[in-house]
Design a protein around this ligand. Structure first.
Ligand code: SF4
Length: 394
């Protein structure tokens, strides 16, 4: 019986070097492979023309370069593009590309479904299926970057890539945010491998400032991230006190705000910028009052941070409404007048359900979480599920 091929997208630079050494090839072959795969987007080993023919023959027998199959490819009128990707067993994950002046941001997923089960999240509704492999995570960037680069109508070239090997073409994706489906810090090892590839000059060469991990607050892993790969950190806060956050983000019951904010303080010296981002989804009548704005100021006033207010992007099952423009305006003004740095995010891709999990939610509800959540919401009015929408950093 032949052994399954390894997916070369699973390897960061060190792992690729070890793999190549295991095939008794010289170390520079690993660098060549990295450039063929990640910089040039080549998946056919026969097309890697400067590899020795014998090495190509070996690789054809033992290895492959495959990303997740595309189930849907949706284009929004504002240029946002969203892919639904097949992860097998009836499950799917999403990636979203958002073009803006001077940059292109890709939001990628780290897990199929999510076990954290935030009460406001479409992904949480679907239950947890499995962790994505490192190759499936970085494969979202690999696929989108090379697809978009070859589509002159779909992209605005962002800037020339400064790394040798990229001169022939412009970079398309300048920023990556791990804000798609799943809690990245609960798929830690695979996420770290993917992050290292994003930062590696032999692969995508993104700066740490342009790669963001968003977490619901897995405190021990925030500390590990600071040591292993300190990229920009965004924390999904959504509530100014433990009582409300316990309901909206159940992980808060394990890592309450005091512990979470202490971890944020410890992360700051390692962060690529001198502040962290707190995400706060604006929910009509749930977390958007003047009193809650003042409470948020008291909570965060001693942390160097930016607060990103996100108008809720409704989805059918949520039963919740976006805060009104007037309410968001009043809320942000309280933050600004108190000296906080705060912004209100533009919503993008409304016409293709760009909020994470909405497209995949049409495909699968594996664990009947959605059904249970609706049942719970009927019992506990204050615990209505809400949604966290497309949390794309400024
Ligand atoms: S908000 Fe994030 S952590 Fe919470 S259920 Fe959704 S994907 Fe998971």
């Amino acid at each position: 019986m032949t052994s399954p091929r390894v997916n070369l997208l699973d390897f960061d630079a060190d792992q690729m070097a070890a793999y190549v050494a295991g095939l008794n090839e010289k170390p520079f072959r690993a660098k060549q492979l990295m450039q063929w795969i990640h910089q040039r987007g080549v998946s056919n080993i026969n097309d890697m023309s400067d590899l020795a023919k014998t090495f190509r023959t070996t690789l054809l027998d033992k290895a492959e370069i495959v990303s997740l199959p595309v189930l849907k490819d949706e284009h929004a009128t504002d240029g946002t593009r969203k892919w639904l990707l097949d992860v097998g067993a009836g499950n799917a994950v999403e990636s979203v590309f958002i073009p803006e002046d001077g940059r292109g941001t890709l939001c990628i997923s780290s897990q199929a479904g999510c076990a954290v089960n935030c009460r406001f999240c479409s992904t949480g509704y679907q239950g947890f299926s499995r962790n994505l492999t490192a190759g499936e995570i970085i494969g979202q960037l690999w696929f989108a970057e090379h697809l978009l680069r070859n589509d002159p109508n779909a992209v605005r070239r962002i800037e020339e890539f400064p790394t040798p090997g990229w001169e022939h073409t412009g970079r398309v994706i300048s920023n990556v945010v791990m804000m798609g489906m799943g809690e990245p810090l609960l798929n830690y090892d695979n996420v770290i491998t993917a992050l290292r590839l994003m930062l590696d000059d032999r692969a995508y060469g993104l700066s740490r400032r342009r790669v963001t991990v968003s977490t619901s607050g897995v405190v021990p892993m925030i500390d590990r991230l600071a040591q292993d790969c300190p990229v920009a950190l965004a924390v999904s806060l959504h509530a100014p006190n433990d009582a409300l956050r316990d309901q909206l983000v159940p992980l808060n019951q394990k890592y309450p705000l005091k512990e979470l904010l202490a971890a944020c303080e410890r992360y700051l010296p390692f962060a690529p910028r001198d502040f962290l981002t707190f995400e706060y989804c604006m929910l009509d009548g749930i977390n958007d009052s003047d009193i809650q704005a003042k409470e948020l100021v008291r909570l965060l006033k001693d942390i160097k941070c930016k607060i990103n207010l996100i108008p809720f992007n409704p989805f059918p099952e949520s039963g919740l409404k976006r805060s009104t423009a007037q309410r968001i305006h009043a809320f942000v003004n309280i933050l600004l007048e108190a000296g906080m740095v705060a912004t209100v995010r533009k919503t993008r891709g409304d016409d293709i359900a760009a909020a994470c999990g909405q497209l995949a939610g049409d495909v699968v509800d594996r664990t009947r979480v959605r059904e249970r959540a609706v049942h719970d919401a009927e019992i506990v009015q204050s615990e209505q599920p809400i949604h966290w929408l497309n949390k794309l950093d400024d």
